[in-house]
Design a protein around this ligand. Sequence first.
Ligand code: ADP
Length: 281
Amino acid sequence: MTAKILDGKKLSKEIKEKIANDIKALQKSKGIIPGLAVIIAGDDEASHVYVSMKEKACESVGMYSKSFKLPGTITQEELLKIIDELNDDEKIHGILVQLPLPPGIDERMVNERILPSKDIDGFHAINHGRLFLGEDSLIPCTPKGIIELIKYTGVPISGKHAVVIGRSNIVGKPTAMLLLRENATVTICHSKTKDLTSHVRSADILVSAAGIPNLVRGNMVKEGAIVIDAGTRVVEDKLVGDVNFNEVEKIASWLTPVPGGVGPMTIAMLLQNTLKAAMMK
Ligand code: ADP
C-alpha cells in the first residue's frame, strides 16, 4: 500500500478561503472585523518565524492583527498589564502569547490572565475544562487541525482505535480528548510507556506529537492506518516530524507530510478560533 498524502497546505487553503468569506459577511452584517493580538517576548528565532506567519495569515483573510514584539527582559507584571489592556480592547477578539516565554515568567499565570472568550489558543483552564466536559469552547489549534485532517480522509473515526504519542497540554492531551469526543477508543502513550510498539501496532489512527525524529518506524505501524505527524523538531535548519516518512508511506493509508501537514492547519485553526471569538460577541 502507498499512503495518500494528507495535504495540510491544500486543506488549510480551502478553510482560509471560507474564513475570508465569513469575515466579509460578519463585517457586512455586524460591522465587526475580527482582530488578533500576538505577543512575543525575547528573540527566539523559530518563534519570530511563527509570529510572522500568523501575521501574514491574518492579512490574507482580511483580519486585523496587532503584534507586540517585546524584549526578553520584560517582567511578568509588564506582560500582564499588556494582556489586561488587550482584554479591554474592543478591536481585539483573540489574544495569543507565543511560547516559550523568557525565563522567570510563569506561562500558566500569563495564560490564565487572558479572558477565556479571547483565548484563541484554548490554553486557559476554563477552555481546557470545557473541552474535557465536552462543552463548546475555544479548542487548541493543533489538536483541532489534526481532527480536521483525519475527517478530511472521509474515514469514520467512531469505534476506531486511536493512539496518541505525547501527553503535552498543548497537543497530546487535547488531541486525545477530541478523538474521544469523536467516539474513538483512545490510548495515550508517553515517555514512560512500556513497549510503545505494541500500542502503536494496533492503532487505526496514529497521532505522534513527541518531537522525536524517527520515533515512528514503518514496522511499528498497522497496515492501512491513518498517520498524523505532529512532531516538530528543527534539525540542520529543516523541520522534521516524528515519523519516518519513507517507511511509513509504504504501510499507511493516509500520511501527513512535514512540513505541509499539521503546521498549516494549526494556523488555519487559529484564524478560525479568532473568527469564532469575534462571532461570539
Ligand atoms: P508538544 O507540546 O509539542 O507535543 P512536548 O515536548 O511538550 O511537545 O511533549 C512531548 C511529549 O512526548 C511528552 O508528553 C512526552 O511524554 C512524549 N514523549 C517523549 N518521548 C516519548 C517516547 N519515547 N515515547 C512516547 N512518548 C514520548
